[in-house]
Design a protein around this ligand. Structure first.
Ligand SMILES: Cc1cc2nc3c(=O)[nH]c(=O)nc-3n(C[C@H](O)[C@H](O)[C@H](O)COP(=O)(O)O)c2cc1C
Length: 494
């Protein structure tokens, strides 16, 4: 309530000085004029729908860094950190550019074991749970996804009613807590899983092994964000921290993981099943590939999350330092799948700092088939990067469960913003590809991306990384892959 006090005080001052001006000296108009003007501005803030922070903080929302316009905020997500981390990079334009594709490209997700494949957009809403995000933010993202025909990942907090009300295509994420389909023993309730997976809104299921912000650690949702609604969805006590186990109960080896994926696919009526991970040791992912070969099974997609990934729940001291950054993770997963001859049936999604068309094309060049964005989508629903996600005090109503704060987020307005952001970003990606002489993502090659490795010295990704030929690991791995390939065990991750 404290945030409405400035407006209330100004309104009281306006009323008092106007009364004094009428009843006493006309000099009171000198005070009444500005006070009335400020009251009108504050009332305007309160009822307008475009700026959540001003709606939540009438008058004071205009001050400080939260007053930054969308342009500045979009600029902020294009983190110059990417350049510092990776070296300056540029995409290679062609002297024979082509006309941009008229329809935005989609990628078909669903291998041979899949009877209900899904056409995934080039840019989708990355996993973010109800709990980490407010109900209105989840709803606005879902409505935006429905308008733009792209997918929204539910995040590991379960398939909430707010996700379903959004009406967009859903990727239902299942984490180590199995929220929304947890059995009494803490494992997966197969019947509940099958019932929910059968919903028409659920297009794919994603099994989260780890995420870039905290790989190897269970996700944390601080108690302050565990409202009655969130507690009901997750079936946990209200107001108490929710800490997911670091590892899955349902499998403990790569082979068991693949068997679990196959069983999930069957229970989901043949919908695509994928895994999400932040890659640590290359050998571990090769162990998963060995299990795929041994069992003749594969996930339909692998989402590679970079160590630079975010989280809306807890502050993370490890972000960026535990696990592979997205570039290396993507190149590793792409090469491993090519090397074992399974790249054709497994799609690769990429998440970690994707915000612009340039980011999308860059990730496609590095091995992805499609991309997901979390924090950029949060900006689209009004996030002002206040850095208070874990406190429950988000001033924009995006990452909080406080009803007085979420009221500022106008769902219809933000849904249009989400749709527009995704459409324009994909359009930009398509235009960039056309400038590179490429009409379809399949035409991109590692030679299309160049990095400055030292002043005056540039190398393309074709030279910077080793790119395996289809089936090369089976035919005889190159020396640089040999020890990892030999050590990879389908019956042990580590
Ligand atoms: C608010 C918030 C909530 C998130 N919740 C989840 C989650 O439930 N499951 C998950 O796999 N990743 C979660 N993530 C990670 C994102 O899905 C994504 O992988 C990561 O933030 C990198 O993408 P970005 O750079 O576009 O944010 C969350 C991220 C944010 C910012």
């Amino acid at each position: 309530m404290g945030r409405f006090w400035p407006l209330l005080l100004v309104a009281l001052a306006a009323a008092a000085s106007t009364t004094a001006a009428f009843l006493g000296s006309a000099r009171w108009w000198l005070a009444a004029g500005p006070a009335l003007a400020l009251t009108c501005v504050g009332a305007g803030d309160l009822v307008q729908r475009r700026h959540s922070v001003r709606r939540n903080h009438p008058l004071t929302g205009r001050l400080g860094r939260h007053a930054a316009g969308p342009r500045l905020r979009w600029g902020a997500v294009r983190e110059p950190r990417a350049d510092a981390r990776d070296g300056a990079e540029f995409l290679v334009p062609s002297l024979r550019p082509v006309e941009p594709a008229e329809e935005p490209p989609v990628v078909r997700v669903g291998g041979p074991g899949c009877s209900q494949p899904y056409d995934m957009a080039l840019l989708n809403v990355s996993a973010m749970s109800f709990g980490a995000l407010s109900a209105r933010a989840v709803l606005a993202l879902g409505r935006g996804a429905a308008l733009g025909r792209f997918a929204q990942d539910t995040g590991e907090g379960g398939l909430s009613e707010h996700h379903l009300r959004g009406g967009g295509d859903l990727v239902w994420e299942i984490g180590t807590g199995y929220f929304g389909c947890r059995a009494d023993d803490g494992g997966l309730d197969w019947r509940e899983f099958a019932d929910k997976a059968a919903l028409p809104e659920v297009k794919c299921v994603s099994l989260k092994l780890s995420q870039g912000a905290a790989p190897g650690m269970g996700a944390v949702l601080p108690g302050v964000k565990v409202s009655a609604d969130v507690a009901r969805e997750r079936r946990v006590p209200e107001g108490v921290d929710v800490v997911s186990p670091p590892a899955h109960r349902m499998f403990s080896t790569p082979r068991e993981l693949l068997l679990f994926v196959a069983r999930l696919r069957e229970a989901a009526g043949g919908k695509p099943i994928g895994i999400k991970l932040c890659v640590g040791a290359r050998r571990e992912f090769l162990a998963v590939c060995r299990a795929m070969l041994a069992e003749g099974l594969a996930p339909d997609f692998v989402v590679v999350d970079g160590a630079e990934g975010g989280t809306g729940a807890a502050p993370s001291g490890s972000a960026g330092r535990l696990g592979m950054p997205l570039t290396l993770g993507l190149v590793t997963v792409h090469n491993a799948l090519v090397g074992v001859g399974l790249r054709d049936r497994v799609r690769i999604g990429a998440s970690g700092g994707v915000a612009t068309g340039w980011d999308v094309v860059t990730r496609l060049v590095q091995g992805a088939d499609y991309t997901n964005a979390a924090r950029a989508m949060m900006l689209a629903v009004g996030c002002v990067r206040a850095g208070r996600c874990h406190t429950g005090h988000c001033p924009a109503g995006v990452a909080t469960q406080d009803p007085l704060r979420t009221r500022g987020l106008h769902v219809a307005d933000k849904a249009r913003q989400v749709e527009r952001y995704q459409r324009e970003t994909v359009r930009e990606a398509v235009r960039i590809m056309a400038a590179m002489g490429v009409r379809e993502p399949g035409g991109l090659t590692p030679a299309h991306l160049v990095r400055r490795v030292a002043p005056g010295s540039e190398r393309s990704y074709a030279d910077l990384y080793e790119w395996l030929a289809p089936g090369e690991l089976l035919a005889g791995p190159p020396p640089s892959w040999e020890s990892d390939w030999k050590a990879a065990d389908p019956d042990a991750f580590g």
